[in-house]
Every structure is written in C-alpha cells, then in structure tokens.
Design a protein around this ligand. Structure first.
Ligand code: 5GP
Ligand code: ZN
Length: 113
C-alpha cells in the first residue's frame, strides 16, 4: 500500500532503527518506546491487521511469533518480555499494518502500551 507508513519502513523509504530483516519481515525500534526495550515486528507484505490476516498467512504469523523470542533475547530481555498485537479500532490499533509489539527490560516501565 503506497500510503502505508509501515510499508514505507519495510521498503526502506522511511528511516527506522532496524534490528532484524529478512525476505518476509522487518523488526525495528518503536519511535515512542513504552519500556526500556520496545520494538515492532511487521510483515513486509501489507496485512492490515490480525483480523484481516488469512489462513495462508498463518506460517508468516507463526514466524513473527517465533521471532519475538529470538529478538527479545538479542535485545537483552533475559528476564522476560511482553507481546502485544493491537487489532482494529477497539483493539487500540493506530497503524493499519499488522505489527507485533515486543516490550521488555527492567521494570517499572513508564506505562504499558
Ligand atoms: P499501535 O497503536 O498501532 O498498536 O502501535 C503503533 C506503534 O507504532 C506505536 O507504538 C508508535 O509509537 C509506533 N510508530 C508509529 N509511527 C512510527 C514510525 O514512523 N516509526 C517507528 N519506529 N515507530 C512508529
Ligand atoms: Zn502496509
């Protein structure tokens, strides 16, 4: 989607602090971190939300979930981390491109997302 900010980040058209990238996904630090560690994992393909993902996307969703563990440990979340997928308006989703929040680091955090 040409006007989607996360598609632009995935394409490298908008700068971001990337921590991981492969053919399917990109992970980058949240611009307004809500915890000492706060990054997002997105599919490169535009999927609006978890609610609009299709059965054929499930391997990709599984890959994103597995990456939470790998990247959280890489970012220093040895004592645990929190995974959030805001979905749709009532789910508090502000950016309409599926993204997995990963938050961690020593508590207390200033607030939860
Ligand atoms: P949502 O409320 O949609 O689940 O979360 C969207 C997240 O994306 C927010 O935590 C927000 O700080 C982050 N975000 C929005 N725009 C940008 C951006 O341009 N760059 C980065 N790195 N994060 C962004
Ligand atoms: Zn998009």
């Amino acid at each position: 989607m040409s006007d989607c900010i996360f598609c632009k980040i995935a394409a490298g058209e908008i700068p971001s602090s990337k921590i991981y990238e492969d053919d399917d996904v990109v992970a980058f630090r949240d611009i307004h971190p809500q915890a000492p560690v706060h990054f997002l994992i997105i599919p490169k393909k535009h999927i609006t939300s978890l609610a609009t993902a299709e059965a054929a996307d499930e391997p990709l969703l599984g890959k994103m979930l597995g990456l939470t563990r790998t990247l959280a440990l890489q970012e220093g979340c040895a004592n645990g981390f929190r995974v959030i997928i805001n979905t749709g308006r009532d789910g508090g989703q502000e950016v309409p491109h599926l993204h997995v929040h990963v938050l961690g680091g020593p508590r207390p955090w200033k607030r939860t997302t």
